[in-house]
Write a protein that binds this ligand. Structure first.
Ligand SMILES: *[C@@H]1O[C@H](CO)[C@@H](O)[C@H](O)[C@H]1NC(C)=O
Ligand SMILES: *[C@@H]1O[C@H](CO)[C@@H](O)[C@H](O)[C@H]1NC(C)=O
Length: 363
């Protein structure tokens, strides 16, 4: 119950800001200064805030009973992989399965397909991405997919990128939610029009990818000190596409609200964490959109899904690190997906002691 009130407080934040702005117009001090007082950006916030955000994620997770209706948990497609990078698409696709998707497809190149297939009998792997008929081959599957994750291990081969462009266009036409990461973001930085205004897209850039996008879309390197505003500005410039800037804290915005996820993860920066995030986000995005804004109490479903995926990735990192220390790898983190998911979203133990609070900010 306390968490529900917390969720309300988060949403009510915008109203508070409006009131503050009005007051300030009369009394003077710069708005930024007061915003920072009202929502101290870089300090720990109450557990209630974290609980509130996690509760919104719990609201969109289909109850286990509902999973009996086949297909509701979701069929996810990962577009990526090339002969050099076969791990990334595997990590993303297996994460989607372990979060709860019914089926996970990988659309990759001819050469990469048998390698990815050999990692797991659980994935459906299509060797089509470098074929001249790649777009049609993937398009055939689109009616059966609930979300796409584009970019893990994609590389920058011109032919592949051209095919991915066609796949993005076809997916947009069908209104399929699209998570874009890694070299998928490189493609978007070359041609922002590809996802401009497509509000079912979520971009998950790291710092380098974020700067590249900001440069391409806004034409200026953004103020690194105010990450909230930077992420919000990029989102708005792209027509309110959801942006998740990964970092020491993850900052998420849909152009309106901005959230931060600072749940304790681990200091270990092994490769593959981004793939775990994008794969999980594919499933959560589908669930959140299915549940709709009633379940997210008015917040954008994709914002809530992104928060959930960030919290989950951090929880996996933390649990894996507790067991394996510096030897932790992405595979260890993926093994934690089940326990981390239940801990965060299937019990009320999300606010256990020792976890860094997760801040929330409404702008
Ligand atoms: C939803 O938000 C409203 C304020 O916009 C608040 O009054 C209400 O308590 C919130 N409900 C939940 C379940 O968080
Ligand atoms: C983006 O969101 C902001 C804040 O909610 C809103 O003012 C703006 O009109 C939106 N832009 C588009 C293109 O939807």
């Amino acid at each position: 119950m306390a968490s529900r009130a917390g969720a309300g407080a988060v949403v009510a934040g915008a109203a508070v800001v409006a009131v503050l702005s009005a007051a300030l117009a009369l009394y003077g001090p710069p708005l930024d200064a007061v915003l920072n007082q009202a929502f101290p950006l870089h300090t720990a916030r109450s557990v209630t805030d974290m609980e509130a955000a996690l509760q919104l994620v719990r609201n969109v997770v289909p109850p286990l009973a509902a999973w009996k209706h086949k297909g509701q948990a979701g069929r996810i497609g990962v577009v990526g992989g090339c002969p050099e990078y076969t791990g990334a698409p595997y990590f993303a696709a297996i994460s989607a399965l372990k979060v709860g998707a019914d089926l996970s497809h990988v659309f990759t190149t001819q050469d990469a397909a048998p390698v990815i297939k050999s990692y797991s009998p659980e994935l459906i792997v299509h060797p089509v991405l470098d074929s001249p008929s790649a777009v049609q081959d993937v398009e055939k599957w689109l009616p059966r997919l609930h979300a796409l994750v584009v970019g893990p291990g994609l590389g920058r081969d011109d032919v592949l990128l051209e095919n991915v462009k066609g796949i993005l266009e076809a997916s947009k036409t069908r209104g399929i939610p699209i998570v874009i990461d890694a070299d998928g973001l490189w493609l978007v930085a070359q041609q922002p029009a590809l996802i401009q205004g497509y509000q079912k897209a979520v971009l998950t850039p790291n710092h380098v990818e974020f700067s590249r996008l900001a440069e391409a879309v806004l034409g200026d390197p953004l103020d690194g000190r105010d990450r909230y505003r930077s992420v919000q500005r990029l989102s708005q410039a792209l027509g309110n596409v959801t942006v998740v800037q990964k970092g020491e804290q993850d900052v998420i915005s849909d152009g309106g609200q901005a959230l931060t996820c600072s749940r304790q993860g681990s200091g270990r920066r092994c490769g593959g964490q981004g793939d775990l995030l994008s794969g999980s986000l594919g499933v959560l995005a589908h669930w959140a959109l299915l549940a709709g804004p009633e379940k997210t109490n008015g917040s954008s479903p994709l914002l809530v899904a992104a928060f959930g995926a960030c919290a989950l990735t951090r929880q996996c990192a933390r649990q894996a690190f507790q067991k394996h220390g510096r030897a932790t790898t992405a595979t260890d983190m993926i093994r934690e997906l089940g326990p981390a998911f239940s801990r965060l979203f299937e019990t009320s133990a999300g606010a256990d002691g020792g976890v860094a609070p997760t801040g929330e900010l409404s702008l």
